[in-house]
Design a protein around this ligand. Structure first.
Ligand code: ZN
Length: 201
């Protein structure tokens, strides 16, 4: 029988809810978990929408440029220099937080379910790849979900890779790129640079 358990733990001391999780997990054969930003907050990655979240941080740094956090993910932002700069800054800050983050107790709990052979899949809004650090496989290409074999599907993509807007080349988003993004700029694509140099020669 399928049972959907929606739990929102406000604190790790919320014993009643933790007991509920325990009870449901103990009798379940297969578990599918859906997670949001909250599971990474204690790793130092703020969520997007809280008063001290990432959206408000960018709004305060770029007053008048972004009306709401959602503007950061609107194609319109590619129209002005200021909004592109704000987007790049946002990505630089977020990536740096991710680089310094360690998996939380929730990530360890998910790993435990895998070890118990109960985990069917995790679907997450998060793009921090912290599940990878506890040894889970991650896929981020939404269109592949149907035939996906990965244990974790990051529905909103990931920040471990960068895709070039001009040639679609994908390269690793290394911590070295954080400083460029934090200046509001985007790094040059290695493939485009290579082609430019070949043409120049
Ligand atoms: Zn390129």
């Amino acid at each position: 029988m399928e049972e959907i358990v929606k739990l929102s733990l406000k604190s790790e001391n919320d014993c009643f809810l933790i007991r509920e999780v325990n009870r449901h997990v103990a009798k379940a054969k297969n578990c599918v978990i859906i997670t949001r930003a909250g599971i990474s907050c204690s790793a130092g990655i703020p969520d997007f929408i809280s008063s001290d979240g990432l959206y408000n941080m960018i709004k305060s740094q770029y007053p008048g440029v972004f009306r709401s956090g959602k503007d950061l993910f609107d194609v319109q932002l590619l129209r002005t220099h200021d909004t592109i700069k704000g987007f790049n800054l946002f990505m630089g800050i977020l990536k740096e937080l991710i680089v310094n983050a360690k998996p939380t107790a929730t990530h360890s709990f998910i790993k435990k379910l895998t070890d118990m052979k109960k985990l069917k899949r995790v679907y997450t809004q998060n793009i921090d790849n912290l599940e990878e650090l506890v040894g889970l496989d991650i896929d981020w290409q939404f269109e592949r979900v149907k035939n996906c074999k990965a244990q974790v599907v990051q529905l909103h993509g990931m920040l471990s890779k960068l895709r070039c807007n001009a040639c679609t080349n994908i390269c690793p988003f290394t911590p070295q790129y954080c400083d460029i993004f934090k200046k509001g700029k985007a790094p040059n694509c290695p493939k485009c640079e290579e082609r430019k140099n070949t043409r120049a020669k």
